[in-house]
Write a protein that binds this ligand. Structure first.
Ligand SMILES: [Zn+2]
Length: 396
């Protein structure tokens, strides 16, 4: 069989698998076990060993599967990593978002680019790895609930630590048009709940307005936002160069003439360095415990302020000398490095010492949108990268 036929075959298999993957409605927060079992089955048939980690309800699953080296060497193992969840769909799609549809060299469907396209390529290529004389392990890492502030990956990372997996090269196939991304900010999301005492608006001194205390809290956040700007690192690679903070919404109150007993604030921060997140939370907690709460409790002792962490996606820091980036560069010939404004699981792998790069097929432009698609050529580029990895992972 000629090379061209093989690559055509691999491409067709990728499209077939991507079609299957899109049909699993793995919206974040929902059961993804059918998709995980589908992937596990493909890999196990090829001789991979695997383990799963779960959420508390055991409904949502991470898979970590390994094709072992036939000729173990000191080469670092490769981790091919993708998230299996997709964002919800809104009305207005031209096609059924869960039925892959090919039109004009594009494949449409929820998750086509973010990021089932990458997962499909890795699964299509797995038989090639399994038949090759691998001199390093190839891991397949498929996680749940990345889109809701990386809830799944930390559970897998814990297990990797337990198993002593703390070295390697990780490629996270988020849609970057196969460009090499080596950094992004963190993304921390919070909801802060205020509870005071309801009452008649004609006697504000007898109640505790949750809305008013929430306003003071928001003012404090805006004040701290300026402090974050002052803390901007000199050599920041990000735009804007400092940690940002944004108030997403304030919800509270029922009527003009009623003192609101409940209010909550949605807000987020995107730290350029971890220390900014620590600083911000410490300043905020201090303000709450030393100023706001005592004030509220003077009138109503059961008043409360509760900050709930929705998610804290770890930032991905640029490494001056990154094994992962250099490895991908050596395969693709692309020596550029870029930063992105979206968050990924990269920082989590990096934190346990695994050299990580974000590089995958498709464009973030089409992610999370109506009529999400991936240009089919992108799958071919991704398969080329996987082929390069094979050439670099076999005994000659
Ligand atoms: Zn994604």
């Amino acid at each position: 069989m000629s090379t061209e036929n093989t690559s055509d075959q691999l491409f067709n298999t990728s499209v077939k698998i991507l079609t299957d993957l899109i049909a699993f409605k793995t919206i974040s927060g929902e059961d993804n076990s059918s998709l995980i079992n589908y992937c596990d089955e493909i890999l196990q048939k090829l001789g991979a060993t695997s383990f799963k980690t779960f959420d508390d309800e055991k409904k949502r699953v991470n898979l970590f599967a390994t094709l072992k080296a036939k000729y173990p060497s000191d080469k670092k193992p490769i981790i091919l990593s993708g998230h299996t969840d997709v964002v919800p769909v809104s009305k207005g799609w031209s096609t059924d978002p869960f039925i892959a549809t090919v039109k004009n060299n594009k494949l449409f469907g929820r998750g086509a680019c973010d990021m089932k396209g990458f997962i499909a390529c890795t699964l299509a290529f797995a038989p090639v790895y399994s038949q090759a004389n691998l001199d390093r392990d190839i891991h397949f890492s498929y996680t749940f609930d990345e889109e809701t502030a990386c809830i799944g990956a930390p559970i897998l990372i814990e297990e990797l630590k337990n198993r002593g997996v703390k070295d390697g090269i990780c490629i996270i196939g988020e849609p970057t048009n196969m460009k090499i991304i080596d950094a992004h900010k963190g993304c921390y999301e919070y909801t802060t709940y205020f509870e005071g005492l309801a009452g008649h608006s004609s006697a504000p001194h007898k109640g505790v307005s949750a809305v008013e205390y929430a306003s003071k809290y928001v003012n404090k956040l805006i004040e701290l936002r300026e402090k974050l700007k002052e803390r901007s690192p000199k050599d920041s690679i990000f735009d804007p160069p400092y940690s940002t903070l944004s108030i997403g919404g304030i919800f509270g109150g029922i009527a003009h003439n009623v003192i609101a007993d409940k209010c909550h604030v949605n807000w987020e921060t995107r730290p350029v360095v971890k220390e900014d997140g620590v600083f911000l939370n410490a300043e905020l907690d201090k303000y709450v415990n030393e100023v706001l709460l005592p004030d509220m409790k003077k009138i109503f002792p059961n008043s409360s302020i509760l900050k709930k962490i929705i998610g804290e996606v770890t930032g991905f820091d640029r490494d001056k000398k990154s094994n992962a980036c250099e490895f991908v560069s050596s395969l693709t010939g692309d020596n550029t490095r870029e930063v992105v404004s979206f968050g990924t699981e990269a920082g989590l792998f990096q934190e346990i010492g695994i050299s990580t790069v974000v590089c995958g097929p498709g464009s973030i432009e089409q992610a999370h949108k109506i009529d999400e698609f991936i240009i089919l050529d992108e799958l071919k580029k991704c398969l080329n990268l996987l082929e390069g990895i094979k050439k670099n992972s076999i005994v000659n």
